[in-house]
Each structure stands twice: as structure tokens, then as C-alpha cells.
Design a protein around this ligand. Structure first.
Ligand code: MGD
Ligand code: MGD
Ligand code: MO
Length: 712
């Protein structure tokens, strides 16, 4: 009996079941997780999934979403064949076509736009899915267009830009060796389940935890020694106020500041404005709590802080809020030392794994003239560091035809609902001649496409993935792709052949590209495929703590920059500030009339445990947990507006509205409302203006934008 058979027998006693347990990974949620899965398969069908106990990363754990893999993969709206639109855009009428017809038509149309208008007139974009990105990026550059964009235009990248302008690209908290954690806008229980374990351990060994959140959460209730229940969008003021307290009390690490930092004098002078009373007024917190949180952080070190992948940066002041928080770590010397925040380098797909790959070289060697990206002049910090178009204002670019017409749009997992003021983008589509989308499901967005291509899920394909600790894995399909679906990289490769792209490596396919990217790491795709589980890379060598302090930061001064030399270049031209300033979340429209008409602050998309963005709302199991989209309202506001639990309420702004049921809760502040995102029947992104953008990064203000509510 094989080990596998023994395992099945142990789990299903007495059975000669014909069931095989195969290894794969769950790609439903962020690339930061991608937990190992044991998939039970019989007759080519998935029966159920469990976490893989011997997987080095998740060690058997999976979350609510991971447990839904089977229901997700067998969603009723899986696309079965390539489709050509026969009805109006959005109507959902299609005819099935063959892959050959689809490729031929796409190749012909895209190459025609390139001939008539130039390659940049085809915009390429992708949603949240990450696994095919380097391959897709190179595909776009091989075609000759600079217009490659991803969900980075609203997620993660702004935090990375703030890191880069302050210290280095990637960094993270060393919770295993810390004494105090600042859990700042940390949604671990819902958004990052594997991060909870080490916080539990910190608590168990007597460490201190400060939770700073705009709602009462499971983390605030379970972990907080001090809980700062802050008003949304005011975190920058809190961070600067904490800096003043640290300086006034002599808690700053002056030795660290002298040796490793730049611009301290200017920063210290600026934070003087943030006295405790003013900060308490702005944030809605009480003085004693702010004092106590600051004391713990500054005197019970080493201390560290999680990073907020999107929440704190999806705000008008987001970039500077993240910088202000980093500056607290610099001020107390909690950088690149055990228990502080440690610089790291990403290996592949935003994951640090302790070895280097040639990921960016792989696509950058084909890059066209990047200064031709649209909005190049508008968000200089973005374009300083990022090799992608900031796509949030895609609708404006299409509608204005500036700086050049966009005639075709090629989407891979594109989801309009990710974009603020979604209807504007939908309207802009009228001016696009040709739109292709690739997805597993017939989504709201795909209904607008001229050609829809069916891709398959992670359990139906092979993909490469790295994990912390020096691991890499190349998965094998556990079932055949359903219907006529294919893996995204196979689709792109076959299309590249039809388009006659001049790129032999790309035409060789995904595996050859992975080999190119991982060259020098010690293993090839063929060798990875020998193992069902992640294998340790022979050449993995984690960077020791303290290396960055020794070698210097990646800023222009080589120091930790309180005063950013890169931002300073755009101070006069763009009105940007080199210091981590606090600007209220409605500085772009501070008029009293606007505040009167739209008195509520909206959080448009707090994470909920039963879905990832739009992906699981259509899975019945997930719907059963939360059958309808809801707006959360504080009971005091509800009483004033005569709103009761379950009443229909319109949430609106000048940009749009949704009508949803009210859910009364004391977890949030009065004057704020929260609506989860990704629902087709109530798309909250619609209510957020696409012009309400962070001036440094272009990120939309999904958190703390203004709205009003009324009973309908
Ligand atoms: N209102 C609001 N909007 C937001 C946010 C918010 O908080 N509030 N958050 C922003 C953030 S942080 C992010 S990351 C984005 C997420 O943005 P989205 O891109 O909207 O994320 P998803 O809905 O997960 O995925 C998009 C599409 O990819 C498809 N898909 C899944 N797997 C695959 C695959 O393997 N291949 C292909 N081709 N397609 C696949 C899914 O079916 C789905 O239709 O949303 C942003 N938009
Ligand atoms: N279940 C689930 N998990 C996900 C996702 C998902 O859609 N569903 N999406 C994935 C993606 S793409 C991302 S980017 C991450 C995001 O992951 P997180 O950053 O964890 O996202 P949120 O849960 O929106 O926000 C975290 C916490 O910040 C709080 N918060 C909101 N506004 C403010 C504010 O102004 N100040 C402060 N101090 N706190 C605030 C929220 O109440 C919440 O408790 O999640 C990933 N994981
Ligand atoms: Mo995200």
C-alpha cells in the first residue's frame, strides 16, 4: 500500500474508495498565503479539500475561503468555451467559438490597432490574480505597448512606494522577537489568517499589543493592551502626535538617528504642531490612551508594526500616513534589529523567500519607452518606481483620448468593480473598439467583452510559487481543466504565436520562462516537478538582520529618510511634501457645503471572512453566511435617521449610489458607515469618486471618503 493509500484508508475507514489525495495550492486569496491543499479526487472530480499538514507554510491550516475551493471551482457560471459577443455590451448574449477562431480574431484586431494607432493604443490590464503576471508583463512588452496595469493601482503598491521613499522596498515586522506590536489597521483574523498565530504567541509570552483600528474587531477584543478606536482617515495625525510625545519624553533613539537617518531636524520641527490635545480632537481618542500606547511602543521595545497592504493607503493622505508610521519606527531605532521591522527583498511575486530571482529582468529586458505611459506626469512618485500604468483614471484617459486614443482593452481577470466610480468606466467602453476578457466565470465585466476566454483554476493547472524559508514548488494539475478552459499562460502563449510576437522565450511557454527567471537558484522546473511538496532551494540564504544598517538603505542618501529626497524633487512642481505631513481626508474638497451634504465617512470594502473581493459572493456556501450586502451603521445615527435593522438604505455621493439593508452595530464610530465590496447587485466602488485620489500614488480613497445615507 502506498503512503497515499494508507492516508486515505486512515481518513475513510474500510474503504476501497478509488479516491486519490493530490497536492496543490489554494490561489483564491493573496500571494502572501497560497496555502498547500490536499485535494480528494475521484473519477476526475474534486470531492473535498483540506490543508496539507506537511506543507512548510500553512501546516494544515486553511481559511473559510480555502475551504470553499470545490464550490468555487464548480460555480455554475464557469465559462465553457471561448465566446464571441452577439448582443449589446453588458447584455450577456454570446455565441461559442473555437479557440482557433478566438485567437485569430484577437490577433487580427490587436495587430490592426497597433498598425493604425501604435501599440500603446492597446491597454492591457489584470485583476487580483498574480501567478501569470511576469509572463503577461513580458507578453505586453513584446507586443510593444507600455500600457500594462494591475490591481497594484489600488493595492499594496502605495505602501511599497512609501517604503521606497523612506527606507527600502520591502519590510516587515519581526513579531517572533518583539516585545510590543502595534497592530495598526491589522485585519489578520479576516484578511491574513496565518499571521494570527504569531500574535497569539506574542500574547502568550507576555508581549504587549497596541491595536489601532477604526472598528472594534476580533483583534482589538482578544489582543489589545491598549485599543485606539480611531476615527477613519486620521492615522497620520496620530503617528505625528506619537512622535511628539516620544521626542518630548526623551524616548527617541538618538544614536540610531545620528548614524542612520536623514532629515531628522526638519521632521522634529514639523511634529511640534501635533500636541496631544489637537491629536485627540482630530482622532477622537482620549489623551491617556494615546499616551499609554506611545509609552508601550517607545519604552517596551523592541517594538514593531505590521504593514497595511491597502487600507491605510486607500485614503487621501495614505502615502504620508504610511510614511509617518515608518518614521515612528525610525525614531525609536526599531529598524533592522531583532524584534523591529526588518528590510527584506522580494524573491518572486511580492514574496520574500530568501533567494533572488530574475523576475523583473525577465520582463524589463523587453520594455518599450516607459515615459509613454499615460498619467506619467500626474503621479510622479508612482512613475519614479513603478513599471506599470496607474490605471485608476483609465476611464478619463479613454474618454479624453489623451495622451493618445485607447482603442482596445485586453483584460486578464479584469473586474470593473475594482475601479472607483465604476459606471464611468463602463460608459468609457463605448469608445473602445475591441475588449477581451479572460476569466473563469461569466462576470459582470465579461458581459461587456467582445471576446471572452475561459481560463481554469489553480487546481486545474501547474504553477510556480515560492515560500518563506527558501522554498519553491511547481504544482501539477489535480484535475483536467473543466470544459474547454485553459491555463492563463497557455492562452497567452498560444495567442503570442497567432500574433507572431518576436520573442522566442515567450513562445517557448511558461515553463521555459520560469526556468529563465529562476536561473541560478539551483533547481529547474523539471526538478521541482519531482516533488509534490515545496522543496528547499539549495542556494537559499536569508539575509542576516542588520545587513541594511551595515550596507545602507536604498534611498538617495543611503539613510532612513524622515525627509524624502525623492519627494523633494516634486515639491515645487506638484506641491508634494518631503515630510510625512498630515492632511485631512477631504482636503481636496474642504467646503462646508460638501461636508454638510455628505456628512458620513464611508469605508467601502472592509474585508469579510467569507469572500475574497468579488470571487465568492456567487458561491452558495459563502452567500449562506452573509446572504445580502449590508451597510453597517451606528445605532445612534440610525435612531436619528429613523433607520432600523434590515431597513433598505441608500448610500450615496455625487459619484453614485447603492441600496442595501441596514445592519446596526456599535463596532464602528458614529458618523461612519461601512459596506463590503465586490457585490454585483450593490457595487460600493460606485459611490467613491475616481478623482478623490492620493496625490502621490493615485490610489483611490476607498476608506474615509464622504457619503450620505437615507432610508428608502
Ligand atoms: N470598493 C473597493 N474596491 C476595491 C478595494 C476595496 O477595498 N474596496 N480593494 C482593492 C484591492 S486591495 C484589490 S487587491 C482589488 C482586487 O480586485 P479584483 O481584481 O476585483 O479582485 P477579484 O474580484 O478577486 O478578481 C478579479 C477577477 O479575477 C478572476 N479570476 C480569479 N482567478 C483567476 C485566474 O486564475 N485567472 C484569471 N484570468 N482570472 C481569475 C475572478 O473570477 C474575478 O472576476 O480591488 C480593489 N478595489
Ligand atoms: N477575507 C478576505 N481576505 C482578504 C481580502 C478579501 O477580499 N477578503 N483581500 C486581500 C487583499 S487584496 C488585501 S489588500 C488585504 C487587505 O487586508 P487588510 O489591510 O487587513 O484589510 P481590511 O480588513 O480592509 O482592513 C484592516 C483593518 O483596518 C481597519 N481600518 C479601516 N479603515 C481604517 C482607518 O482609517 N484607520 C485605521 N487605523 N484602521 C482602519 C479595518 O476596520 C480593519 O479591521 O486583504 C487580503 N485578504
Ligand atoms: Mo489588495
Amino acid at each position: 500500500m502506498t503512503e497515499l493509500e494508507r492516508k486515505i484508508k486512515a481518513k475513510i475507514p474500510g474503504a476501497d474508495t478509488g479516491i486519490e489525495v493530490k497536492k496543490s495550492l489554494c490561489a483564491i486569496c493573496s500571494p502572501g498565503n497560497h496555502c498547500g491543499l490536499d485535494v480528494y479526487v475521484k473519477d476526475g472530480k474534486i470531492l473535498k479539500v483540506e490543508g496539507t499538514p506537511e506543507h512548510p507554510y500553512n501546516q494544515g491550516h486553511i481559511c473559510t475561503k480555502g475551504a470553499m475551493n470545490r464550490a468555487y471551482i464548480y460555480r455554475k457560471d464557469r465559462i465553457r468555451t471561448p465566446l464571441r459577443r452577439v448582443g449589446k455590451r453588458g447584455e450577456g448574449k454570446f455565441e461559442p467559438i473555437t479557440w482557433e477562431e478566438a485567437y485569430a480574431e484577437i490577433a487580427e484586431k490587436l495587430n490592426r490597432v497597433k498598425d493604425d494607432y501604435g501599440a500603446n493604443s492597446v491597454a492591457f490590464t489584470t485583476g487580483y490574480c498574480k501567478w501569470y503576471r511576469p509572463y503577461y508583463h513580458r507578453f505586453v512588452y513584446a507586443f510593444g505597448s507600455v500600457n500594462y496595469s494591475t490591481d497594484d493601482c489600488t493595492c499594496y503598491r502605495a505602501m511599497v512606494l512609501a517604503n521606497e521613499c523612506t527606507m527600502c522596498r520591502a519590510q516587515g515586522p519581526d513579531i517572533a522577537h518583539t516585545n510590543t506590536l502595534m497592530a495598526w489597521a491589522w485585519g489578520g483574523f479576516y484578511s491574513d489568517h496565518l499571521s494570527v498565530g504569531e500574535v497569539e504567541e506574542l500574547k502568550a509570552r507576555g508581549g504587549k499589543i497596541v491595536v489601532i483600528d477604526s472598528r472594534i474587531t476580533r483583534a482589538s477584543q482578544r489582543f489589545a493592551d491598549v485599543f485606539l478606536h480611531i476615527r477613519p482617515g486620521t492615522d497620520g495625525a496620530l503617528a505625528l502626535g506619537m512622535a511628539k510625545i516620544i521626542l518630548d519624553n526623551g524616548w527617541a533613539d538618538m544614536d540610531f538617528i545620528r548614524r542612520y537617518t536623514y532629515g531628522f531636524e526638519e521632521y522634529a520641527a514639523y511634529v511640534k504642531q501635533f500636541d496631544l490635545e489637537r491629536v485627540a480632537r482630530i482622532t477622537g481618542l482620549n489623551l491617556a490612551d494615546i499616551m499609554e500606547a506611545t509609552r508601550l511602543f517607545a519604552t517596551n521595545g523592541p517594538a514593531c508594526c505590521n504593514f497595511s497592504a491597502s487600507t491605510l493607503t486607500q485614503q487621501y493622505n495614505g502615502f504620508q500616513t504610511h510614511r509617518a508610521i515608518l518614521c515612528l519606527l525610525g525614531l525609536t531605532g526599531n529598524i533592522d534589529r531583532p524584534g523591529g521591522n526588518i528590510p527584506s527583498s522580494n524573491t518572486y511575486l511580492c514574496r520574500p523567500a530568501g533567494f533572488k530571482s530574475r523576475e523583473s529582468q525577465y520582463y524589463m529586458e523587453k520594455a518599450p519607452d516607459l515615459t509613454q505611459m499615460f498619467l506619467y506626469d500626474k503621479f510622479p512618485i508612482w512613475y519614479e518606481y513603478c513599471h506599470e500604468t496607474q490605471a485608476i483614471t483609465l476611464a478619463d484617459v479613454i474618454l479624453s483620448g489623451e495622451p493618445y486614443p485607447i482603442k482596445a482593452l485586453y483584460g486578464v481577470g479584469m473586474n470593473f468593480k475594482m475601479y472607483p466610480q465604476t459606471d464611468k468606466l463602463v460608459k468609457a467602453l463605448d469608445q473602445i473598439d475591441f475588449f477581451v476578457n479572460t476569466d473563469l466565470f461569466m462576470t459582470y465585466t465579461s458581459k461587456f467583452a467582445d471576446i471572452v476566454l475561459p481560463c481554469c483554476s489553480s487546481l486545474e493547472r501547474g504553477e510556480f510559487k515560492v515560500y518563506p524559508g527558501g522554498y519553491g514548488v511547481y504544482t501539477k494539475p489535480v484535475i483536467q481543466p473543466l470544459y474547454e478552459s485553459k491555463s492563463d499562460t497557455d492562452i497567452l502563449c498560444e495567442l503570442a504565436r497567432y500574433m507572431e510576437l518576436d520573442d522566442p522565450l515567450l513562445l517557448e511557454g511558461y515553463e521555459a520562462s520560469v526556468d529563465y527567471i529562476m536561473q541560478g537558484c539551483g533547481l529547474t522546473v523539471e526538478q521541482f516537478k519531482q516533488s509534490d511538496l515545496p522543496v528547499k532551494m539549495p542556494n537559499a540564504a536569508p539575509t542576516p538582520v542588520g545587513t541594511t544598517l551595515r550596507n545602507g538603505f536604498t534611498t538617495p542618501s543611503g539613510k532612513f529618510e524622515f525627509y524624502s529626497n525623492v519627494v523633494a524633487r516634486y515639491e515645487k512642481s506638484h506641491g508634494l511634501s518631503p515630510l510625512p505631513v498630515y492632511i485631512p481626508s477631504f482636503a481636496d474638497d474642504p467646503s462646508p457645503e460638501f461636508a454638510r451634504e455628505y456628512p458620513f465617512f464611508l469605508s467601502a470594502g472592509c474585508r469579510i471572512p467569507n469572500t475574497l473581493h468579488s470571487r465568492l459572493h456567487e458561491v452558495p456556501w459563502s452567500r449562506a453566511i452573509r446572504p445580502e450586502p449590508m451597510v453597517e451603521i451606528h445605532p445612534d445615527d440610525a435612531r436619528r435617521l429613523d433607520i432600523h435593522d434590515g431597513d433598505l438604505v441608500e448610500v450615496y455621493s455625487p459619484s453614485g449610489s447603492v441600496t442595501v439593508k441596514a445592519m446596526l452595530t456599535r463596532r464602528i464610530h458614529t458618523g461612519t458607515v461601512e459596506v463590503a465590496h465586490g457585490y454585483t447587485e450593490a457595487n460600493i466602488s460606485q459611490v467613491v469618486s475616481d478623482q478623490h485620489q492620493n496625490p502621490y500614488t493615485g490610489f483611490p480613497g476607498y476608506k474615509a471618503s464622504r457619503c450620505n445615507i437615507r432610508k428608502v
